[in-house]
Design a protein around this ligand. Structure first.
Ligand SMILES: [Ca+2]
Ligand SMILES: [Ca+2]
Ligand SMILES: [Ca+2]
Ligand SMILES: [Ca+2]
Length: 160
């Protein structure tokens, strides 16, 4: 017996260490082997980091977790890739980009309602959840008024 060289895949990055006894080392909802799409033991371009709960640091876990009965996360079906519908529209946020809809508001702030307006005092972005401020992380202009959500957060207004 022993290791069959035909089946053994070497670890391309020995400095990364996931726990072989745990299926999901970083508890982000995606199994370690699924985050490492090509199974080479290295975090390659396009892959989430199996040792980081939130690879892009936007406040949302790479996979999904349930917090207070609400499912939040990026790779909602936990398959290790960002999915699209038949029309090519993204159905999941990007676990490698902290602002998936490129509107200037981080994914986590859109989902958790933690953004602040530039003119506000006593408010730190990301500090406190605010249910009245939940936006859509896949829609850069949730009201459809032509201004990106981040521009409105920064204090821009539609000319009247
Ligand atoms: Ca994981
Ligand atoms: Ca994230
Ligand atoms: Ca997915
Ligand atoms: Ca955004």
């Amino acid at each position: 017996m022993g290791t069959d060289p035909a089946n053994f895949v070497g670890d391309a990055d020995p400095s990364s260490t996931t726990d072989p006894k745990v299926a999901d080392t970083d508890l982000d909802g995606i199994a370690d082997g699924t985050e490492d799409l090509d199974r080479d033991g290295k975090v390659d371009s396009g892959e989430a980091d199996p040792q980081k709960w939130d690879t892009d640091n936007d406040g949302l876990p790479d996979g999904n977790v349930t917090i207070a009965s609400v499912v939040v996360g990026e790779d909602l079906n936990r398959n290790g890739v960002r999915d699209q519908d038949a029309d090519g529209n993204w159905t999941e946020t990007d676990f490698l980009a902290n602002d998936s809809d490129v509107d200037g508001v981080l994914d986590g702030d859109e989902v958790n309602g933690t953004y602040c307006f530039a003119t506000e005092t006593g408010c730190t972005a990301g500090a406190v959840n605010n249910a009245t401020r939940i936006l859509d992380p896949l829609n850069p202009d949730h009201e459809g008024d032509g201004l990106r959500d981040g521009q409105e957060v920064a204090g821009w207004k539609v000319a009247t």
